[in-house]
Design a protein around this ligand. Structure first.
Ligand SMILES: NC(=O)c1ccc[n+]([C@@H]2O[C@H](COP(=O)([O-])OP(=O)(O)OC[C@H]3O[C@@H](n4cnc5c(N)ncnc54)[C@H](O)[C@@H]3O)[C@@H](O)[C@H]2O)c1
Ligand SMILES: O=C(O)C(=O)C[C@]1(C(=O)O)C=C[C@@H](O)C=C1
Length: 363
């Protein structure tokens, strides 16, 4: 039996647990300081066994997943290193930054265990075990940051275990990881929060700001609802990279200000063109750099029963909807319905069916 201990059974720890639980020869052990949390993991069926004893969880484990906030990783590594870990035990983490944990792992004696940093490039603005999902990591990139000295056999064993998540494993060194993820994840979170707070300030004087905020504002600011403590830790930990990125960002904003002052239309067009080209080349259908969605948008007239009718049409044709959201519904304009599906096949079938039935559908 392979024992996998998960410390911090929240969004990410819980999602990994759900992928491993029930797989032949694997037993998932969930650790929490609080008995009530352990009971919750068990009730939700996320782990096989739960414990409030860190030593018990660590010493039984063949794999230890540290899924706590970045600011608590060192504390856990230190505690775990004091125990009698199994020969060949692999300790990994899922923290959103990789350099500091890698350097800490190098500085302590882990005895018979090996540390391999990890970071699944999937997530959401939600947190806690309630938000965990078996599908969260599917098709996402999962970064591992082994050191040149890490035994390849250990990396292979971890990769094999992680195959249950259906994520794509990529190996990157820890410093490059922090540079890249700083730009594509940490900076965007910071910008989203700054933007929301800017608008929040205007809204205090005129609440039409909030009322009129539509798709564009919502799309770019979803991630501003992330957990404050989690993000505090991530941003502080990657502060050197972020300070440099913020300087680059400011240069980009100044360049936009310059274009506006000079009424430089062609430069604005060019900025949109290059950005659009780059973004359109990104793997939209894959979890990872951009949230994976198999969505389409349907224009619907605002009359009673229409949403139920569309849902039934899909259901009758065995096309499984995974989510449905009304984006706009006013009497004078058609509403827009966002339909989400688990995979491309359902999405294609839905579009074909809805178009056949006379709806206008966009992706
Ligand atoms: N949220 C994301 O989108 C995302 C994506 C990839 C990686 N990560 C990383 O994964 C880790 C966990 O994030 P999450 O989103 O799952 O958060 P979460 O809040 O959903 O889960 C964190 C878990 O750790 C527990 N915890 C918090 N402080 C603890 C402590 N001091 N001791 C023991 N347990 C503690 C919480 O009870 C919870 O179960 C973080 O390091 C984060 O950087 C997050
Ligand atoms: O989709 C989101 O809401 C996320 O914030 C996920 C996201 C990201 O920025 O892409 C956030 C933090 C992680 O460390 C990895 C992924």
């Amino acid at each position: 039996m392979v024992n996998v201990a998960i410390f911090g059974v929240g969004l990410i720890g819980g999602s990994i647990a759900l992928c491993l639980k029930g797989k032949p020869g694997i037993r998932v052990i969930g650790f929490s300081n609080r008995e009530s949390s352990v009971q919750k993991y068990l009730q939700r069926g996320v782990v096989d066994v739960g414990t409030t004893s860190i030593q018990e969880a660590a010493e039984q484990a063949d794999f230890i997943f540290l899924c706590v906030p970045v600011g608590n990783l060192q504390e856990y590594m230190e505690k775990i290193s004091a125990f009698n870990l199994k020969e060949g035990c692999i300790i990994t983490d899922v923290g959103s930054t990789k350099s500091s944990v890698a350097s800490y792992a190098r500085s302590i004696d882990l005895g018979r265990a090996t540390f391999i940093g990890g970071h699944p490039m999937a997530g959401s603005e939600r947190s806690g075990v309630e938000a965990a999902s078996y599908h969260l990591l599917e098709n996402a990139f999962y970064v591992l940051t082994p050191e040149p000295s890490t035994p390849p056999e250990a990396v292979e064993r971890l990769t094999e275990l992680l195959s249950h998540t259906r994520a794509n494993i990529v190996k990157v060194d820890a410093d490059s990881h922090d540079d890249i993820v700083g730009a594509i994840s940490h900076l965007p979170h910071l910008i989203a929060v700054a933007l929301v707070n800017q608008v929040r300030g205007y809204n205090e004087r005129n609440d039409l700001y909030q009322s009129l905020a539509a798709g564009g504002f919502r799309d770019i600011t979803r991630i501003a609802s992330g957990d404050p403590y989690l993000w505090r830790d991530i941003l502080l930990d990657n502060r050197q990279v972020l300070l440099r990125l913020i300087r680059d960002w400011n240069t980009g904003m100044e360049s936009f200000a310059h274009m506006l002052e000079k009424m430089d239309g062609p430069a604005i067009e060019e900025a949109f063109r290059t950005a659009g080209e780059f973004r359109n080349r990104m793997p939209e259908r894959r979890k990872g750099m951009i949230h994976s969605v198999y969505d389409c948008y349907v224009d619907v007239p605002d009359h009673p029963g229409i949403i139920g009718k569309i849902a039934s049409e899909l259901g009758n044709n065995r096309i499984n909807l995974s989510n449905l959201q009304i984006i706009e519904s006013r009497e004078d304009v058609p509403g827009i319905l966002r339909l989400s599906f688990r995979n491309q096949e359902y999405l294609d079938q839905a579009i074909a069916l809805l178009e056949k039935n006379g709806y206008s559908v966009q992706q």
